[in-house]
Structure formats: C-alpha cells, structure tokens
Design a protein around this ligand. Structure first.
Ligand SMILES: *[C@@H]1O[C@H](CO)[C@@H](O)[C@H](O)[C@H]1NC(C)=O
Ligand SMILES: *[C@@H]1O[C@H](CO)[C@@H](O)[C@H](O)[C@H]1NC(C)=O
Ligand SMILES: *[C@@H]1O[C@H](CO)[C@@H](O)[C@H](O)[C@H]1NC(C)=O
Ligand SMILES: *[C@@H]1O[C@H](CO)[C@@H](O)[C@H](O)[C@H]1NC(C)=O
Ligand SMILES: *[C@@H]1O[C@H](CO)[C@@H](O)[C@H](O)[C@H]1NC(C)=O
Ligand SMILES: *[C@@H]1O[C@H](CO)[C@@H](O)[C@H](O)[C@H]1NC(C)=O
Ligand SMILES: *[C@@H]1O[C@H](CO)[C@@H](O)[C@H](O)[C@H]1NC(C)=O
Ligand SMILES: *[C@@H]1O[C@H](CO)[C@@H](O)[C@H](O)[C@H]1NC(C)=O
Length: 304
C-alpha cells in the first residue's frame, strides 16, 4: 500500500484499524483452537505479515452509492479540519513539492498537489515535482509516476493477502467477547499513538457489536453526538476522549465480563517511564497482554 498524502492516510486508516482489531480477536481464537501456538518469546505473529503483505483490490462493480457516501464523509471532515478538499491545482504541476494553497486560517501542514483522476491528464510523471499528463507508460507507469486513477477509498476495496490460503475470521459481538473470555488474557492494554487508539476503538465497536455508536458514553457533548458516528469516530479530535470506555462497554455487551481492555495514550519516547512502570505493575500478574505500536505514515515525507 503506498499512501500518497495525508488525506490518503485518513482514507484508509479506518479499514486498517478494523482489520487490525479483527486480528487481535483472530489471534486469541488461534490461541484457543491451536494448542501448539505458544505465547512465549519465540512466538511469531504471522498475522501481522498478512496485514502488510498483500494489496488492495477494488471491489467490482464499484458501489457508487457507497462511494458517494464516503466522498461526502471525507469532504465534511476535510472542511472541518481545514484540509484542502480539491487535490489538484490549476497549473497541472504535481507532486509533494508542488503545494496546494492552504485553506485560510488552517494549521494543517501544507499538502502536495496531484492530478484530476477524471480529467484527460490523470497521471503525475514525478511524485516529487512533476507535471500531470495523459495516459501513457511514461506518465502513469514508471517508478516515479503516480496514476491517480488507481487511488480509491480503501473501504471500496478488499485487502488481498499474499498468502491466499489465509482467511479472516471477523468475530463481532458476543462471539468476539467469548474469544477473549475463553482466552488467558484478562487485562488487555492498547498502548501508543492514534493508530493504536483506532485499533482500540474498533475493538470496542466489535465487542459492542455496534459499528455506529460502539464507544458512546452517557455524558457526551452535542458535538460528539453529531460527529462521532461510525468511522468518523476515528478521525475527529473531539471523539478522542471516547477511547476510555472499555470497561463499561464490556460490561454492557460481554456476558462473563471477566476481562478489562484499556488504552494508554503514550505516543512517544517521553512516555517510556510510564510504560516501564506499567510493566513493573503487571509483572507477576497472569493474563496481561500489552499491544504496543505506533502508526507510520508511509511516503508522507518523501525527502527524509
Ligand atoms: C452499496 O452501498 C449502499 C450504501 O452503503 C448499501 O446500502 C448497499 O447495500 C450497497 N450495495 C451493494 C451491492 O453492496
Ligand atoms: C521542480 O521542477 C522545475 C522544473 O520542472 C524546477 O524549475 C523547480 O525548481 C523544481 N522544484 C523543486 C522544489 O525541486
Ligand atoms: C505499456 O507498456 C506495456 C509493455 O511494456 C504495453 O503492453 C502497454 O500497452 C503499454 N501501455 C500504454 C498505456 O501504452
Ligand atoms: C506497466 O509497465 C510494466 C512493465 O514495465 C508492464 O508489465 C505493465 O503491463 C504496464 N502496465 C500498464 C497498465 O500499462
Ligand atoms: C464524563 O466526562 C468526563 C470528561 O469528559 C469524564 O472524565 C467522565 O469520566 C465522564 N463520565 C462518564 C460516566 O462517562
Ligand atoms: C477490571 O477493572 C475493574 C475496575 O478497574 C476491576 O475491579 C476488575 O477486577 C478488573 N477485572 C479484571 C479481570 O482484571
Ligand atoms: C509526547 O507525548 C506527550 C503525551 O503523552 C505529549 O504531551 C508530548 O507533546 C509529546 N512529545 C512530542 C515530542 O511529541
Ligand atoms: C501502578 O500501580 C500503582 C498502584 O496500584 C498506580 O497508582 C499507578 O498508577 C500504576 N502505574 C501505571 C503506569 O499503571
């Protein structure tokens, strides 16, 4: 997956979070069903390879209704965050070094300019500093080229794993709860940055069996009620505080409620001390599972 600008990252992160959270439940399922898999230091997490070794394939025929819904959802978000909605300029220059005009009063970092995927010049011949051109191998299909026609909402695609014999189990609701309840893990921590928060939030949605309002709480603000619906929950800054409700949700939806799952916003090295403390607190306690990670925005800073 090559993500061509900040906006593309926002587009695909919700699906990635879903896949990743499903993997957590899948991994636990493997533990239950396959006694030979052991959680010692040498255990391999092959599922992570399945997340990264593969490619997105557009579903055909393209669901135009869904596409329109997704377009609308992202445009609303971009406007709210003051991110340029149009992704190309008038002068047909393209690439990371050809910045679009910022939205007035925006604090969002400046973003590169691309080409109109529906126009006659959809391809950028150089992803750093190029010109939009018509369809040809020189403009669309070279190592520096970007064919904007190939970029579509990840939600309209399926992730095809390189190992085609691998298949996903998407546990939701009670089944997902049971997978965890029957596992040895009683205290599950998601630790890291926004990527881990999204994985955690989607796990709450999976456990609550509610992808619209899974992580909702009683005392939300009106703004949160308006914004934090479905995958929007993963984008808007106002929805971030919702990633604190694990225990309450589990009590609502899981029958045995014999585990806790929580999120620690420890996004950088300055939180190392907290992490060590947590590990010390948990050492000797059986059934702790710490999932530590940070998101990586591939190709966003191509010059570095
Ligand atoms: C297309 O998307 C719409 C809106 O999300 C959905 O209601 C419909 O079921 C989808 N159609 C197909 C064939 O998947
Ligand atoms: C982009 O390319 C043009 C020539 O096409 C050049 O004049 C300009 O300096 C380049 N800009 C950067 C930032 O490399
Ligand atoms: C690109 O080159 C391949 C052969 O390398 C050729 O089959 C294909 O038709 C070319 N595509 C275009 C758009 O010219
Ligand atoms: C892109 O180029 C490769 C070889 O360089 C060729 O195999 C492939 O068919 C080309 N793709 C298109 C869409 O023209
Ligand atoms: C209500 O919101 C505050 C702050 O937003 C939070 O600290 C508190 O835990 C919330 N209470 C409940 C019951 O969710
Ligand atoms: C979950 O957390 C609650 C409150 O923090 C605690 O009382 C309970 O013992 C915890 N349950 C497990 C299984 O650790
Ligand atoms: C590191 O994370 C903390 C939040 O725990 C934040 O306050 C701080 O600004 C971050 N530092 C950097 C350099 O990003
Ligand atoms: C470790 O445990 C102590 C006492 O239970 C608690 O006050 C503290 O917040 C915990 N620290 C972390 C990082 O979990």
């Amino acid at each position: 997956m090559t993500l061509k600008n900040t906006v593309e990252v926002a587009k695909s992160c919700s699906l990635v979070a879903f896949v990743a959270s499903c993997l957590v439940t899948w991994h636990l399922y493997q533990f239950l069903s396959n006694q030979t898999l052991s959680y010692n230091q040498s255990a391999t997490f092959d599922e992570l390879n399945h997340m990264t070794e593969g490619f997105w394939r557009l579903s055909t025929p393209l669901n135009k209704t869904r596409k329109a819904e997704l377009d609308e959802m992202f445009v609303r978000y971009w406007k709210h965050q003051k991110i340029p909605v149009k992704r190309w300029g008038e002068n047909e220059k393209c690439g990371y070094y050809n910045f679009l005009d910022s939205v007035p009063h925006s604090s969002w970092p400046r973003v590169g300019s691309w080409c109109n995927p529906e126009g006659s010049h959809p391809c950028c011949n150089n992803y750093l500093n190029g010109t939009c051109g018509e369809v040809s191998n020189q403009t669309c299909n070279c190592s520096q080229c970007v064919d904007t026609r190939l970029y579509e909402h990840a939600e309209l695609s399926n992730w095809i794993t390189k190992d085609q014999s691998f298949s996903w189990n998407k546990y939701v609701g009670e089944d997902a709860c049971q997978v965890i309840e029957r596992s040895p893990f009683k205290d599950i921590y998601f630790i890291g940055d926004s990527f881990m928060r999204n994985m955690y939030t989607v796990l709450l949605m999976i456990l609550a069996n509610d992808f619209e309002k899974g992580p909702w709480t009683i005392n939300m603000t009106n703004q949160q009620r308006e914004l934090c619906v479905e995958m929007n929950t993963l984008f808007y800054p106002a929805c971030r505080p919702l990633a604190t409700n694990g225990q309450k949700l589990i009590q609502k939806s899981c029958v045995d409620k014999n585990f806790n799952v929580s999120f620690k916003w420890w996004p950088n090295n300055s939180n190392g001390r907290n992490f060590v403390k947590l590990v010390q607190n948990l050492s000797g306690k059986r059934g702790s599972l710490l999932l530590l990670g940070v998101g990586y925005h591939e190709t966003i800073l191509p010059a570095k």
